[in-house]
Design a protein around this ligand. Structure first.
Ligand code: B3K
Ligand code: ZN
Length: 878
């Protein structure tokens, strides 16, 4: 492998900059191939920095065009300008004005970082380090400046011109056919929150009145003709603003809030101050083109980006190691919002499923890292499930430990004390320590230690002494760079359930009134007194900590919890645990178990409460995914065996529950116009979960029902669910349905994405060939991240049997795509490459194939820093 020349950035090396930039005034002359940028910086020495040192500004692929110091042209010997940076060896030792001219080519920018064009619309992406692709700057989050941006463009090409902050002025430019707009953002911000947009866009908007009575013009900008599809996003934005006022006391702070949807975007969306830029997938929705899941995602992402206005923008990060400070906290906030808007229990189950599928997998593989990493080579590779989702779990644990009231006081103090600053995890925890009087240094280890802890529990009931004893142990496996682990503070919410389902009033001095037991050491036990009959413990209620729980309870106890527990999360979890036990043992040996007991319990559940909360019932019907089963097995995984086991249990459940499933499906049938609300979505989810199981049990019936549903469906949720069911039943009906669907939505890229994803996930031998054929489909383009993620990303992440094929063709397909994208869009290439994260857990023959695919990538010429970083970490000795 090549020797590594990339620089490593380390947390312990942080020090403030030697210069500060108080204001940034930009004049941007938009042009498709030659955009000129004049940047006027008001600079002064940082009192906290070193005096009289060179000023080194960041750049990335920039064309330097000129420099002035205090409005005087700088002579060539006082500076050095390269595409990657601008150095002034002896800057004035007092405040001064630096004027810099640069030029960029937005049309040639395929990395989608900095200023680029998407379907003719000019837009920017600056997080984490994209501003330096627009102009030279101290491009780091602890340099906060007040920005004023003048944007000029051809009126025909870009009738809409948007920037951060409030609109100050607009009008005709001197040059014929051109106009301009000046935007001013009074809130000092780091460069990563800078944005401009210019293009032909249609606006939908309204006036929002804040809690103190100020009027804010809120608006969504989309491609002309798609205005109808932006109403849901606008509604979600309004609800998010109201919720943040009500729940966190946060009011919006500018006169306008704009959201722009673009079709080429590396991630979901970006929280630029007052000007969020979104992947159109998280804005556009109509019943004909979007599913219930899309509506829920739009609501969550709109909320997430809006909530960043306080957690991220008003309070930003001191350095990129603190990324979880804004991301984990903001995910926590958007999860709370969605839980309040929808069903809390169902939402929690969804969060935990994602956490296990993505974050636990990451934590168990070669890319495992702490929620606050201590070193990186490429920061864009750290926008991970660990930073986001595990980061959110840490905030949730803090709330459980402190209780609602103290948690709220801690948040208030954080908003008050850290507003306007670039903060750290210590600043955040410090606020909670202060309001609660607790020492949170041990708790802080959650940010520092990677890996998913396993908490195992042994129970013993003594009928003579009438005591019930639980012994807890915790263990965190080694992760890269962290061979030794220490115990964490694990909040375990628990309760004891009696045989008849009654909650037992048991006391133990180690358990708080609300059922909280805090495991702080490696091993600890609790004893409950005065217990008259053997109870069933309900542990880790609401998934109170991001750990793997190992329980010594028999299946019969768990199934009793499915019936009786008052914690809905654990009702679901108990059934999942039983299913997971069965699935792992069947994957090891097909004779190892029967699904009869599980089927029986689910049948009883459906009879008693299947109709009470359809969304919840749909969750109960869904078996653990193949990723989760593989994770549970842990090593030498044979994905074919996992798939076969899961298919078999699905089929058995489908057959034994068939009459009930048919009834449920009938009962869930909707009438009237489509509504995306949670209750209606829950009914569709249950109806479609039933269809899926019926089809697994009887493919013939499944094919008939799905084909009929596909014909009759009046919304994309039901249509896509029918197509998904059909996609698993080989034959002419499927092929004809796929072709028809593809033809009907040829002009709808976001719908074709679903169609690509579904075909890439077909667990059959022919799929790699199918995927290759789809890569030549007119709608597919390497340049569009959504297309690549839908087709290639789904193949790698949602099709374990084909990605991990023993003949290595799945890995080869991925490697090829990664190399094809390495030069044009390294971020997307690196992200795809993370799908090799489980390679060490599969069988030896597969491991050998995966290793050779990874080595092939590692040996390729001109690897981007992004891909190099992932491939080297993936191959590093475990
Ligand atoms: N903050 C952005 C993510 C930026 C990713 C840069 N590679 C979106 C978000 O988390 O809200
Ligand atoms: Zn975020």
């Amino acid at each position: 492998m090549r020797t590594d020349t990339q620089t490593i950035t380390r947390l312990e090396d942080y020090r403030p900059t030697d210069y500060l930039i108080d204001t940034v005034e930009l004049d941007i002359q938009l042009d498709p191939a030659a955009t000129r940028i004049r940047s006027v910086l008001q600079i002064r020495p940082n009192p906290l920095g070193v005096k009289a040192v060179p000023l080194v500004l960041d750049g990335d692929e920039l064309m330097f065009r000129g420099l002035w110091i205090d409005d005087e042209p700088a002579s060539a010997d006082v500076y050095e300008a390269t595409p990657q940076g601008l150095t002034i060896a002896h800057p004035p030792g007092r405040p001064f004005r630096l004027t810099i001219d640069t030029e960029v080519n937005p049309s040639a920018n395929t990395k989608l970082m900095g200023l680029y064009r998407s379907n003719g619309v000019y837009c920017t992406q600056c997080e984490a380090d994209g501003f330096r692709r627009i102009s030279y700057l101290l491009d780091r989050p602890d340099v906060l400046s007040v920005y004023t941006t003048r944007i000029e463009a051809s009126r025909d090409e870009a009738p809409v011109l948007l920037g951060n902050g409030n609109l100050r002025e607009r009008g005709e430019a001197e040059a014929a056919g051109r106009h301009f707009a000046v935007w001013h953002d009074p809130h000092p911000k780091p460069a990563y929150l800078f944005a401009v947009v210019g293009g032909n866009l249609a606006r939908t908007g309204k006036t929002f009145r804040t809690m103190s009575g100020r009027a804010v013009e809120i608006a969504i900008y989309v491609e002309p003709g798609k205005e109808e599809r932006s109403h849901y996003a606008l509604d979600a934005l309004e609800r998010s603003m109201r919720w943040d006022e009500r729940v966190f006391g946060r009011e919006y702070d500018l006169d306008v809030f704009n959201v722009v949807a673009v079709s080429d975007f590396n991630m979901g969306a970006m929280e630029n101050k007052g000007l969020n830029i979104f992947n159109d997938k998280y804005v556009l929705a109509s019943p004909e083109t979007a599913t219930d899941a899309d509506y829920a995602n739009i609501e969550a992402v709109i909320a997430h980006e809006y909530f960043h206005n306080w957690t991220g923008n008003r309070i930003t990060c001191r350095d990129w190691f603190q990324l979880c400070l804004k991301e984990g906290l903001t995910v926590f906030r958007d999860q709370e919002f969605s839980s309040d808007e929808r069903s809390r229990a169902v939402h929690r189950i969804g969060e935990v499923r994602t956490l296990r599928a993505r974050q636990f997998t990451e934590d168990a593989g070669p890319l495992a890292h702490p929620v606050r990493p201590t070193r990186y080579r490429e920061i864009n590779n750290f926008y991970t499930a660990t930073v986001y989702e595990k980061g959110a779990e840490i905030v949730r644990m803090l709330k459980v430990l402190l209780g609602e009231a103290e948690f709220a006081r801690g948040m208030d103090l954080y908003f008050e004390r850290c507003d306007g600053t670039a903060a750290t995890v210590e600043d955040f925890l410090g606020c909670f320590a202060e309001v609660s009087g607790r020492d949170l240094r041990h708790f802080q280890r959650w940010y520092e230690q990677a890996g998913t802890p396993t908490v195992s529990v042994q129970t013993a009931y003594d009928p003579v002494a009438r005591t019930y004893r639980m012994e807890f142990r915790q263990e965190t496996p080694p992760t890269p760079g962290q061979p030794e682990k220490s115990p964490l503070v694990v909040p375990v919410l628990l309760g004891l359930v009696g045989e008849d389902g009654q909650l037992l009033e048991a006391s133990s001095n180690k358990v708080r009134e609300d059922g909280l037991f805090v495991l702080e050491t490696k091993a600890e036990s609790i004893t409950f007194e005065g217990i008259d009959s053997r109870p069933v413990p309900s542990l880790l209620r609401g998934f109170s900590a991001p750990v793997r729980l190992e329980l010594d309870l028999p299946d019969s106890d768990l199934l009793a919890l499915l019936r009786h527990d008052r914690d809905p999360f654990n009702r679901w979890q108990s059934a999942q645990t039983v299913a997971l036990r069965l699935l792992t043992s069947l994957a090891e040996a097909p004779a190892n178990g029967s699904s009869a007991e599980l089927a029986d319990a689910i049948g009883t559940f459906l009879d008693r409460s299947g109709l009470e909360d359809p969304a919840f019932a749909a969750m109960i019907l869904a078996l653990p995914g193949e990723t989760e089963i593989a994770q549970e097995i842990g090593r030498d995984v044979d994905p074919d065996a996992v798939h076969a086991a899961r298919q078999r249990v699905k089929a058995e459940l489908g057959r034994s529950l068939a009459p009930r499933l048919r009834d449920l499906r009938a009962a869930m049938r909707g009438s009237g116009a489509y509504s995306p609300d949670a209750a209606s979505a829950g009914r569709r989810a249950l109806g479609n979960a039933a269809l899926d199981l019926i089809a697994a049990g009887d493919p013939g019936e499944g094919e008939r029902l799905a084909a009929a549903q596909l014909e009759q469906a009046t919304n994309m949720t039901d249509r896509l669910a029918a197509l998904a069911t059909l996609s698993l039943i080989p034959g002419q009906t499927r092929e004809a349905a796929l072709t028809r669907f593809g033809d009907s939505y040829a002009a709808e890229p976001l719908v074709l994405d679903k169609w690509f994803a579904l075909q890439a996930a077909i667990p059959e031998e022919g799929t790699p060939g199918r995927v290759r054929a789809l890569m030549t489909h007119p709608a597919f383009a390497y340049s569009n991240p959504n297309r690549v993620r839908s087709l290639i990303g789904s193949f790698a992440m949602a099709n374990p049997t084909q990605f991990h094929r023993e003949d290595g063709t799945g890995y080869a397909l991925l490697a090829e795509t990664v190399l094809a994208l390495n030069g044009t869009n390294p971020q997307i290439a690196a992200r795809l490459l993370t799908s090799f994260g489980t390679w060490r857990t599969v069988t030896a023959a597969r491991r050998a194939q995966a290793r050779s695919a990874l080595e092939h990538i590692a040996a390729a010429p001109a690897l981007s820093p992004d891909v190099l970083d992932i491939v080297q970490r993936s191959l590093a000795p475990a």
